[in-house]
Design a protein around this ligand. Structure first.
Ligand code: SF4
Length: 281
């Protein structure tokens, strides 16, 4: 705690400076004593068994299912968020139920043979604003020989990514655009997302990337070229999902991405990357 009685949260690049008891921008962390604690720890708002392709993953145990959990809160404000009913909520806005890491890992294990479950996915809201719960669940899941899957905006501090990377088997990271200018619109930090992708890849995690194409915002040829060029700098083998925007949350009145644009941008990406898929078309 500094001389002004505030504590800086180091979980993500926002570095919220919070007074005692105050909740951060993400609505998932709060100052308790002299530390910023994970306030949504164990608070599950969503629990479902999803096909792994829905995360999306094209090259990680295709045909399997994964128990998927989410809480509430997010450190970004993408106006096209498809999960705003949980990501843009705090503890009093939505129903949640407590599950300990042992309980959730036991549920995942119980679904292995009966439902082709391969493990546990941290998804729906932004999981890394509550990274301590991800870490603790991932440890329990590993003890049961199950996989850990992260679906994240990747906008987190280096120490957070390094803490969880050894526990994560596969990650789908949103690389929403290729510039800080674009990320300014979304309330995120481009360099942090790039660093997250690099670190996860270095740790041997299976990484796939999602790039949502929003009409008039990130649909120029040079933008997908820049996304592809960054991914090549990590590995040209990283799968890229180019997906179609549908009107959601603050962009309810916009038009969906023309399908022809999604295919055009995918073709451009394929000139650089080996594995490019289209989604929501
Ligand atoms: S994780 Fe939440 S509280 Fe911490 S810096 Fe980011 S937005 Fe702020």
């Amino acid at each position: 705690m500094n001389e002004l009685g505030r504590v800086v949260c180091k979980t993500c690049p926002r570095h919220c400076s919070l007074a005692s008891g105050e909740i951060g921008f993400c609505r998932a962390r709060r100052v308790v004593g002299s530390e910023v604690a994970c306030a949504n720890y164990g608070r599950i708002t969503s629990l479902a068994l999803d096909p792994i392709e829905k995360k999306p993953f094209a090259f990680f145990h295709p045909g399997s299912n994964i128990l998927s959990i989410g809480s509430y809160g997010c450190n970004m404000r993408c106006p096209f968020c498809q999960n705003d009913s949980i990501s843009q909520c705090g503890e009093t806005d939505i129903a949640w139920r407590n599950f300990s890491p042992v309980e959730i890992a036991d549920i995942a294990k119980s679904l292995v043979s009966s439902h082709r479950n391969i493990g546990l996915a941290y998804t729906y809201n932004e999981p890394l604003v509550g990274w301590e719960y991800v870490r603790d669940c991932a440890r329990e899941t590993k003890k049961r020989d199950l996989a850990n899957v992260l679906v994240s905006n990747g906008c987190a501090s280096e120490n957070v990514i390094r803490a969880i990377a050894p526990l994560i088997d596969a990650a789908n990271i949103d690389l929403k655009g290729a510039s800080q200018e674009y990320y300014n619109w979304l309330g995120g930090d481009f360099e942090s997302v790039c660093r997250t992708i690099k670190i996860l890849h270095e740790f041997g995690c299976h990484v796939e990337i999602t790039n949502l194409i929003v009409p008039g915002r990130n649909d120029k040829d040079e933008e997908i070229e820049a996304v592809a060029d960054f991914l090549i700098s990590v590995s040209d083998d990283i799968p890229l999902h180019i997906t179609r925007f549908f009107p959601c949350w603050r962009m309810k009145n916009e038009q969906p991405t023309p399908i022809v644009d999604v295919y055009r941008l995918a073709e451009i990406a394929r000139r650089r990357l080996k594995r490019v898929m289209v989604g929501n078309v």
